[in-house]
Write a protein that binds this ligand. Sequence first.
Ligand SMILES: C[S@@+](CC[C@H](N)C(=O)[O-])C[C@H]1O[C@@H](n2cnc3c(N)ncnc32)[C@H](O)[C@@H]1O
Ligand code: SF4
Length: 381
Amino acid sequence: MAGIYIHIPFCGQLCTYCDFHFSMSLRRKDEMIDALLAEMEQRKEYLSNKKIDTLYIGGGTPSLLSVKELGSLVSGVSKYWDISNLKEFTIETNPEDLSEEYLKDLLSLGVNRLSIGVQSFVDEYLKFMNRRHDAERALRCVKDAQKVGFKNISIDLIYGIPKLTDEQWRETLKKALSLNIQHLSAYHLTIEPKTVLGLRQRKGLFKQVDENISQSHYDILEKETHDAGFEHYEISNFSKNGLRAIHNGNYWKGIDYLGIGPSAHSFDGKSRRWNIANNTRYIEAMLNNGGEGGFEGENLTLSDHYNEYIMTMLRTIDGVSYDNLKERFGEVYAEYFLKNIEPFVSKGTIIEKDNNFSIKTADFLISDSVISNLFYINEND
Ligand SMILES: C[S@@+](CC[C@H](N)C(=O)[O-])C[C@H]1O[C@@H](n2cnc3c(N)ncnc32)[C@H](O)[C@@H]1O
Ligand code: SF4
């Protein structure tokens, strides 16, 4: 089992909260596509002998590329890996790019899961975030996607925005959940230093919401998604009819993945590699230097691997199984986990069932305080 991710490092605007890697200049788009294809060729041995279950084109804004350009990337992937039995092929899109014709062409390309960055259904907050679409456009593109035949649609929303009232957040959720979508990703606004909001915060012009507001928005999110029949399966993710995100789910489970493109990460079970987050240097490395200078990497120690696994799995309803932990990391780690999780089981924050430990969904928001107590520090690593 394995997944392939392709990062498209271009955007049409600078969203005030975003620190993903992208450039707003499309001048080198053609060279970038050549560089992505060159990286695929250079790394064709990665994931060899692994069955590819998922393909994920993310960004940045993949929907800034034409379907022909996306098609050339898919052909590139299929040249080196067998993608004839993909379970999931997702593309991240921005509402303003999604004409009916474009949506139809994405379906023809084999995309079977559409992720749409709606962020809000209130124009005031879309403006605050510097999004290019308005609420009406967001609604229309979801309906158009359904009309052309998409049966697995996910939308992204952001909460914990200053001034966003409980009522507005509830209405936003009701609107989203009434659209017959299969998946929702709802993220609490985080302030990253290298963003417009980070800069405003440093200048004292912006203040994050306080914990009471975060909690209140989170409680509304829990209730509305539950009432609409969604499963809250990860801190920020909700699915209907079992349609959880397979690609992202595999990251959390520590399954191998190959990341192509600037800033993309890869993991092969032992080592991690991350590509340079700079378009010019990435193009130069992939097209003229056989990849050299285009990435860094490290071997993961067992404790790194254990810590990542605990951190991601405890944010899911699947939680951590003692037996699984013992099998993957050995008895020392499994016993360490057991000893340190015990106080949380006694307090009721952690639910234990058949030697499986999970955080109650109502407490996901405070999961970090539990997780930090379970990290294993190995002085010899
Ligand atoms: C790779 S990003 C963007 C995908 C796509 N370009 C878009 O804008 O819709 C995926 C999602 O992460 C979320 N996100 C990014 N930065 C965030 C932040 N600082 N706080 C909360 N959510 C964030 C947004 O909901 C966004 O849609
Ligand atoms: S949120 Fe999406 S569109 Fe906005 S800057 Fe980030 S990647 Fe680009």
